[in-house]
Design a binder for this molecule. Structure first.
Ligand code: PLP
Length: 453
């Protein structure tokens, strides 16, 4: 029908992260409603939202208390900003709350509207700091292949996925990429996780020495890589990486945009892996994504030179109109209150153990290469040939096939090439995990005849 929502979507709407030509053929899945861990499409079909939207809706899709918090703040003060010494209560309360929750001592919170903006801001703070310290050459930032940090010019440069770079002439200057702690894919034959982690730390040190340590300002990484394929690092990886950074006086930025607020079974991924960042970047689950808001926490090492420089030249010239928006800040505060009151971090830990166990039961399946994850973030990497770890047809074909079958079975996951991710709302129960994994098992079995046929 020419005026159906599907037809109008194809006619008018260019989707994010979507193959435009394929979209004209396939059309959209239009989601109309949500309740708990479920969403419902325009035809009334219900799905378990196994990605919590985009790794983000911690409290589920129907939390009245967040609606009420937004409404109250909308009525009281729908907008104000924090430029030039002005402010409002929700942003002050949220800054205090985040600093008090931080896994390491932090000095200040700065507010942005998306993960990408937050990482751009981190980069600018790092450069500003180097200038303030009289080290203008110290500007290089090391990120990792497969890391995901966003899509703006700077954050897409940090992102280490070819899709985000090749067609855009990125990365920009001063961004370097080092190896990924993806043991299943990148370890040498017979290499232990420990030896692999050592090799990655050595690779990082070699890169720093090749560039000159006085040129390298910071390293950025996700505690667990999300969009790069849910890559859980070897147990000693972060310890070894941090030792190298400390040796050369290089700042560490933890991108907690996915891991933050309970995902890995602790409030922050930094606690799960004993990471001590100088800058901690957060978004998504900070407000369960009911409204856009993101933030950076910075420690004294970052803040002090920034404040000193401000004394000399006047102003830290950076900020967004909607940064720390009062309605988004009020929703984030209520969301954090709910996460604490309902012990959703504890739920992520206990139900997470169950989810990891259930997913690992599929490790023997003929289409499964590896199952990995921690807490309520997990992934299953599919292969056409288990021994050779090679794809069926071309990379992404099997992931797309199984993801489509899974969606037919009432579960929305996401395939990053041949890796399907499971990152449900933190309120999920063990019974709901069983429903999700059972549907996935059915989709896998249904794919076998197509793959082998
Ligand atoms: N950092 C990480 C780890 C992410 O997963 C994402 C988004 O998925 C971003 C940054 C970018 O966030 P946004 O899409 O809000 O710009």
């Amino acid at each position: 029908q020419p005026n159906s929502a599907e037809a109008r979507d194809i006619r008018y709407h260019l989707h994010s992260y979507t193959n435009a030509r394929k979209h004209e053929e396939i059309g959209p899945l239009i989601i109309e409603k949500g309740d708990g861990i479920y969403v419902e499409d325009a035809s009334g079909k219900r799905y378990i939202e196994a990605m919590a939207g985009l790794w983000s809706v911690a409290v589920g899709f129907s939390e009245q208390r967040l609606v009420d918090a937004a409404t109250r703040q909308m009525k009281k003060l729908p907008f104000y900003h924090n430029f030039t010494h002005k402010g409002h209560s929700p942003v002050i309360d949220l800054a205090e709350k985040l600093v008090s929750m931080a896994p390491v001592p932090m000095s200040k919170a700065f507010f942005t509207n998306s993960g990408s903006e937050a990482n751009d801001t981190a980069m600018k703070m790092i450069w500003y700091r180097s200038n303030a310290l009289g080290q203008p050459q110290k500007k290089k930032i090391i990120s990792r292949k497969r890391g995901y940090h966003g899509v703006t010019i700077a954050s897409a440069s940090l992102t280490g996925l070819p899709n985000n770079q090749i067609s855009f002439d990125l990365p920009i200057a001063n961004v370097l990429h080092t190896g990924t702690p993806h043991h299943y894919r990148d370890a040498l034959a017979g290499e232990s996780e420990e030896a692999f982690a050592t090799r990655l730390a050595e690779e990082l040190e070699q890169l720093i020495l090749a560039e000159g340590p006085e040129m390298v300002a910071a390293f950025i990484g996700e505690p667990v890589m999300g969009a790069g394929g849910v890559v859980v690092p070897p147990a000693t990886y972060w310890e070894k990486i941090q030792a190298v950074l400390a040796k050369y006086d290089i700042l560490l930025v933890a991108d907690e945009v996915i891991c933050g607020f309970g995902r890995t079974g602790n409030m922050f991924g930094c606690q799960t892996f004993d990471i001590k960042p100088d800058i901690l970047v957060m978004s998504k689950q900070i407000s369960s994504s009911y409204l856009p808001i993101s933030a950076l926490l910075i420690n004294e090492r970052v803040y002090a030179p920034l404040a000193d420089e401000s004394n000399r030249i006047g102003t830290f010239g950076h900020g967004f109109t909607a940064g720390g928006h009062p309605v988004a800040a009020a929703v984030a505060l209520e969301n954090l209150k709910l996460i604490e009151e309902r012990d959703l971090v504890g739920n992520a830990r206990t139900v997470g153990v169950h989810m990891q166990k259930r997913l690992r039961e599929l490790a023997g399946h003929e289409l499964v290469g590896e199952v990995r994850g921690v807490g309520l973030i997990g992934a299953v990497e599919l292969v056409g040939d288990k021994q050779a770890k090679t794809p069926w047809k071309n990379a992404g074909a099997l992931g797309g096939l199984v993801n489509g079958l899974l969606q037919e079975n009432g579960v929305i996951s996401r395939n990053m090439a041949d890796t399907l991710a499971f990152c449900p709302p933190l309120i999920i129960t063990e019974k709901q995990v069983d429903d999700m994994v059972d549907a996935f098992k059915k989709a896998l079995d249904a794919a076998v005849p197509q793959v082998r046929g």
